[in-house]
Design a protein around this ligand. Structure first.
Ligand SMILES: C[S@@+](CC[C@H](N)C(=O)[O-])C[C@H]1O[C@@H](n2cnc3c(N)ncnc32)[C@H](O)[C@@H]1O
Length: 202
């Protein structure tokens, strides 16, 4: 059964089945190149808390932790969380992983940062307002949303495509755009990604 066929199941079953069957083509075995460069280029940032929703096996969480941030990941698929914990065990920089539905839940305390990578494109497009509301709950006033968006036309996802304008129109009424740029990407996504650094007003 292909990945898109499985998505006819409910979302939890879909993602859990992908991880159990090791059908995870989005996982490149390393953190997002755009994030890696961002952390190098902004090494002076205050080291706060960061949450990575839809963290999968946790490469991006580990990248934040390796730079001194208190990093945690949230994923809806039990097998992803289990593998993320295994992958992170014994690494020099501590981080944590939690099983949950980022779109419905609220954090015990909101985060300084939320980092988005292949999560917005993974959910159903009609859940994008839930995603916005979740971001407003999970990020503290004065905190940041750092996002790598996948600008593809696909409507039969996941991944579901988006455009620069759709992203801007959804987030700009609620966040101040600090910067946007085309990041370095995995080879098969070169030129298809755009990063946005949003600040939630105080
Ligand atoms: C395309 S994968 C990307 C995983 C990871 N960001 C990466 O790049 O390797 C999407 C991830 O989002 C998770 N996910 C989907 N819906 C979710 C939700 N509502 N809450 C938390 N995680 C979710 C899936 O289990 C999956 O791990």
């Amino acid at each position: 059964m292909g990945i898109k066929m499985v998505y006819l199941m409910n979302e939890l079953d879909h993602w859990e089945t992908c991880y159990q069957n090791k059908e995870t083509p989005w996982d490149k075995g390393e953190a997002s190149p755009g994030l890696v460069d961002f952390l190098v280029d902004n090494s002076e940032l205050k080291k706060g808390t960061v949450c990575v929703p839809g963290c999968g096996i946790g490469h991006d969480v580990l990248a934040w932790a390796s730079k001194g941030f208190e990093a945690s990941g949230v994923d809806i698929a039990p097998s992803a969380v289990e593998r993320a914990r295994e992958h992170a065990s014994g690494k020099a920089h501590a981080c944590s992983f939690h099983l949950g539905n980022f779109l419905n839940e609220s954090p015990e305390s909101p985060f300084d940062w939320v980092f988005e990578h292949t999560f917005y494109c993974a959910i159903q497009p009609d859940q994008r307002n839930d995603y916005l509301q979740a971001m407003l709950r999970w990020i503290k006033p004065g905190g940041s949303l750092l996002a790598v968006h996948y600008l593809i036309p696909d409507e039969d996802g996941p991944p579901f495509g988006t455009t620069r304008d759709e992203v801007f129109q959804r987030f700009s009424p609620h966040f101040e755009l600090k910067k946007e740029w085309v990041p370095r990407s995995y080879p098969n996504r070169t030129g298809l990604e755009r990063m946005f650094w949003w600040c939630k007003p105080l």
